[in-house]
Write a protein that binds this ligand. Sequence first.
Ligand SMILES: CC(C)(COP(=O)(O)OP(=O)(O)OC[C@H]1O[C@@H](n2cnc3c(N)ncnc32)[C@H](O)[C@@H]1OP(=O)(O)O)[C@@H](O)C(=O)NCCC(=O)NCCS
Length: 154
Amino acid sequence: MISPLPLEMLIQRSMRIEDVLEVIDIEVRSYDFPWSEKIFLDCMKAGYLCNVAHVGGVLAAYGIISFGAGEAHILNVCVDASYRRKGFGKLLITKLLEIVKTHNVSSVYLEVRPSNLAAIDLYSQIGFSKVGERLKYYPALNGREDAHVLNLTM
Ligand SMILES: CC(C)(COP(=O)(O)OP(=O)(O)OC[C@H]1O[C@@H](n2cnc3c(N)ncnc32)[C@H](O)[C@@H]1OP(=O)(O)O)[C@@H](O)C(=O)NCCC(=O)NCCS
């Protein structure tokens, strides 16, 4: 029997260049249209909030958030498949939002695929609500997919 992992095991810190290969490994296994290594490096270079989270010493999750004009934008949040449904995604985002609060931000936005029911459920649990749609925003296996725009007022 697999025992549940205590949430205290999630240790978050800033992403380093040497983390990026492990991050990409999770990224390509998690998305049909994964970010490239360059996108992660550019986010770090731009000074975005780029954090990784370890569980028992293993890099298990990451999150990227940009800031501008009093708003934050969640660009990527991902938990490695074998660590999902254990509360780590929710905890990771909650901890990232605590950091966001220190940036004098009034609103947090993100885009999510309507087909990504896991993420939509997670964000709604945290308090995000849908404020708009972007038509044909994402590449999809059959053409393009719209995005839901979600917002959380801080
Ligand atoms: C979305 C994602 C980050 C969720 O991470 P997670 O660690 O599994 O989430 P949690 O265990 O903290 O779940 C919190 C809540 O989210 C919802 N949720 C998470 N996974 C779900 C799923 N597969 N189906 C339905 N609801 C789900 C549930 O409401 C869950 O609460 P519950 O377990 O009490 O029912 C993870 O599935 C992931 O990394 N997916 C691939 C990348 C991605 O889609 N990122 C989001 C892009 S916007």
